[in-house]
Design a protein around this ligand. Structure first.
Ligand code: NAD
Ligand code: DAU
Length: 344
């Protein structure tokens, strides 16, 4: 079998990083190229055991730098592209939207142009359920692939814009694309600005855990490895031009999630501090994954088994997250959450 070259953008981040490791292990016959700018959210220490692997390669480039991206594509003829690189945190998009447009919209367009110039077999654009906006609390309603796009935050608006560009490059130029729209991920190497790793790291340090508003907003949680398996399946079996929703029916309120972590770690619920709500805070996300299930996907983790595995991972891998929370992250946290305390 011919060796395939797979470009993974954002492979130093949370989901892209897990995907790189999943693919390097699963497909020794593929060459995996991790292309990443190494922003605050990207780090290579997570791949310290992979650097020696023959089928792993790293390229440091900004996806929005057209000249550099074109040079990379001139040198390497990729067969597949899985595009994860993005600014991904909703709160940061509320305070600084511009970088979200540059990276998520312009960066995606540059990659599409580069992909158009070579004969790729597939471009998988990793998107999010947030492009659909929010659902109300009626538990019988779900996002399907036909739900209209109604993004509410600058982050989700930039992702929706990139989805539309990907669709347009398929319709106009016949680029073989898929778009995946996944619900909230959690698991190893999740950057501690997001709810689950922020809660685990703060509870372990006996620090207060900020819960926005009344804590009743609902997210649909999926273990990152189940997301990686979904993308692998879509990469190889997805029908060109199709969108696939990814989610495992694990709806929880934020308060339930935080309490589960506190109770698993045997700490006091008094650590919970209700703070000012997120602006434009989406009420509920919930995915109908039947289209992807029909393609052959099913998740391996329930929320209970996944959160237990994740908490254990953070207990066993303090070396990874302690280096993060002691750096520039501390400044971010103080600024972000002192603002919230003031609004309260
Ligand atoms: P992340 O923030 O952990 O990682 C993003 C990565 O992209 C980092 O390594 C960063 O260095 C890199 N990056 C940022 N700007 C770049 C640029 N200009 N050029 C090259 N690299 C750049 O994000 P994540 O949570 O792993 O999300 C990955 C993708 O999955 C995103 O596209 C996101 O929209 C999507 N997604 C995330 C979730 C979730 O729950 N985290 C759910 C569904 C979809
Ligand atoms: O649904 C998929 C999306 O999930 C991805 O597209 C995003 O990249 C990813 O960041 C995530 O977005 P959320 O905004 O849902 O995730 P976050 O972890 O930031 O917040 C989860 C919920 O917890 C949300 O309702 C806000 C709340 N929250 C978050 C933080 C950081 C708190 O109550 N306190 C907090 O400190």
């Amino acid at each position: 079998m011919a060796r395939k070259k797979i470009l993974v953008t954002g492979g130093a981040g949370f989901i892209g990083g897990n995907f790189v490791q999943y693919m390097v292990n699963k497909y020794p016959q593929y060459d995996i190229y991790n292309l990443d700018l190494l922003t605050y959210a990207g780090d290579l220490t997570k791949h310290r055991n992979f650097e020696q692997k023959k089928n792993y390669h790293f390229i440091k480039v900004d996806i929005a730098d057209r000249g550099k991206i074109m040079s990379v594509f001139k040198k390497e003829k990729f067969d597949y592209i899985t595009h994860f690189a993005a600014e991904s945190h909703v709160d940061r998009s509320i305070t600084d939207p511009e970088i979200f447009v540059r990276t998520n919209v312009l960066g995606t367009q540059v990659l599409l142009d580069a992909a158009k110039q070579i004969n790729i077999e597939k471009f998988v654009h990793v998107s999010t359920d947030e492009v659909y906006g929010e659902l109300d609390f009626d538990p019988t309603t779900f996002f399907t692939e036909e739900t209209p796009l109604q993004p509410n935050s600058p982050y989700s608006a930039s992702k929706a814009a990139s989805d539309l560009l990907v669709r347009a490059y398929h319709e106009t130029y016949g680029l073989p694309v898929n778009i995946t729209r996944c619900s909230n991920n959690y698991g190893p190497f999740h950057f501690p600005e997001k709810l689950i790793p922020l809660t685990i790291s703060r509870v372990l340090n006996e620090e207060m855990v900020p819960v926005y508003g009344d804590g009743k907003n609902i997210r649909d949680w999926l273990h990152v490895i189940d997301h990686c398996a979904a993308i692998d399946l879509v990469l190889h079996k997805g029908i060109h031009g199709e969108v696939y929703n990814v989610g495992g029916h694990n709806e929880r309120t934020n308060l339930e999630v935080v309490k589960t972590i506190i109770n698993t770690l045997g700490k006091s619920e008094e650590l919970i501090k209700f703070v000012a709500d997120r602006l434009g805070h989406d009420k509920r996300y919930a995915i109908d994954p039947s289209k992807l299930e029909n393609l052959g996907w099913k998740p391996t983790y329930s929320f209970e088994t996944g959160i237990a595995q994740t908490i254990n991972w953070y207990l066993d891998n303090k070396w990874w997250w302690e280096q993060i929370i002691s750096g520039e992250y501390k400044e971010y946290f103080d600024k972000q959450y002192s603002l919230k305390a003031k609004v309260n």
